[in-house]
Design a protein around this ligand. Structure first.
Ligand code: ZN
Length: 165
């Protein structure tokens, strides 16, 4: 390793948007991650939530609050808020999209798929059920960032437990 090069991006300095916060994923995937980071889906507060979970990732300083509302066995509304790196926030934003309208059993399958993808499982990374989340497949090569990518999913697991009482 040579000396670190001088910071090239002093102008922007948007949290999470510049390296080293972003591992070297393909640029198409980076675009998608940053797009979710800048325009998070389902961000806000959910009145009368059936589950309300806060979770932190101390290794990176990420935090999310996840709220779910159920009708019977299905997730009918999801909201999140939080702060942290682009991967943690984008992954949570993507997650709120894919769980919408899904049953608990379907959501549990998704959770397992995402965890498999984060272990480097290539079949999981090609699963179309994961939608935009496939952009995060390359994160498995950066173990520290896997915790960022899974933060919202760990909150989701906890929310499912909470909702079942
Ligand atoms: Zn992070």
């Amino acid at each position: 390793m040579t000396d670190p090069s001088p910071p090239a991006d002093r102008a922007g300095n948007e949290p999470g948007a510049s390296s080293p916060a972003m591992p070297s994923l393909s640029s198409l995937y980076q675009q998608l991650i940053l797009e979710h980071y800048r325009n998070p889906r389902n961000r806000g507060e959910l009145p009368e939530a059936d589950a309300d979970v806060r979770m932190n990732n101390p290794s990176c300083g990420d935090a999310v609050r996840l709220q779910l509302r159920f009708e019977g066995d299905r997730i009918v509304a999801t909201r999140f808020s939080g702060e942290g790196c682009s991967i943690s926030q984008a992954s949570t934003s993507m997650m709120t999209q894919v769980v919408q309208g899904k049953s608990v059993a379907e959501v549990q399958q998704l959770i397992e798929r995402v965890k498999a993808m984060m272990r480097g499982d290539e079949a999981a990374a090609r699963d179309r059920a994961l939608g935009d989340l496939r952009a995060l497949a390359g994160v498995h090569r950066f173990p520290v960032r896997v915790r960022c990518a899974l933060l919202g999913w760990n909150a989701l697991e906890e929310a499912l437990r909470q909702a079942r009482g």
